[in-house]
Write a protein that binds this ligand. Structure first.
Ligand code: GTB
Length: 226
């Protein structure tokens, strides 16, 4: 049964960085999970983990790669933000269409966000943060940026004047917008005005703002909304 509403389920607990390197910009992958939970109105708890604790056995029992986010709900423990968002969308109304083909198309876009659009974006981050001292860095960066531009161009043409990837906002938009947010700032994303507008549309959603404020509060130490 898809899109079950009002089913009693335990409050899930997610993990997030105790100290996010993005200093509260909401770019770490707990943000997509928080956003999905906010969209469906599911309360959740957060356990903050340090970089050290992430690599220790108790956390690795939840996440084999020693990363965040994880998701615990009763007997169920999940890792991989895409899978977690899909699980949330499967269990609640509002993040996936109920008609079978439309639902399959939205799930396809979820995979596209993480499998097709995101990889060159992550390659650029890795080059910027970890490989900038390498002799080949200056030559490699424009190559990666061209790969990103190709994907953004393709996505931009498909989105065209559309508001969302499918006719209604879905879990696919949560993942895709979070992927595109990793390019924010003067640069590549701004070369594609409809993609910039798409990201802005997602960020304007009240659920995005609640999720953003909650993760920012971890960084500032202030309660959300202050
Ligand atoms: N495929 C997994 C998923 O989607 O859940 C990838 C999980 C992952 O990359 N987790 C990262 C992590 O735990 C945090 S989100 N890293 C620590 C480690 O591997 O030891 C990636 C991330 C981190 C920081 C920023 N930032 O500062 O801007 C953005 C994104």
């Amino acid at each position: 049964m898809h899109g079950k509403k009002n089913v009693h389920r335990p409050i899930p607990t997610i993990t997030a960085f105790e100290q996010s390197p993005d200093r509260g910009k909401g770019l770490a992958r707990d943000m997509a999970v928080r956003w999905a939970l906010e969209e469906v109105g599911q309360p959740y708890a957060v356990r903050l983990v340090s970089f050290g604790a992430m690599k220790e056995a108790p956390h690795r029992a939840l996440h084999p790669f020693g990363q965040i986010p994880t998701y615990e709900e009763g007997d169920l423990a999940l890792f991989e933000s895409g899978s977690i968002v899909l699980h949330i969308a499967e269990g609640h109304a509002g993040l996936l269409p109920s008609e079978a083909n439309a639902r399959a198309r939205a799930i396809t876009w979820m995979f596209a966000a993480h499998s097709t659009v995101e990889p060159p974006i992550v390659q650029r981050e890795i080059a910027t943060y970890l490989e900038h001292d390498q002799p080949w860095y200056a030559q490699r960066t424009p190559v990666i940026e061209d790969r990103i531009r190709i994907r953004l161009g393709e996505l931009s043409r498909r989105l065209a004047e559309g508001h969302w990837l499918e006719p209604a906002f879905s879990a696919a938009d949560v993942l895709m917008i979070q992927v595109l947010r990793r390019l924010e700032g003067p640069g590549l994303l701004e070369e594609f005005p409809n993609l910039s507008a798409y990201v802005a549309r997602g960020k304007a959603r009240p659920a995005f703002q609640r999720a953003f404020d909650a993760q920012l509060a971890v960084f500032t130490g202030e309660p959300p909304g202050k």
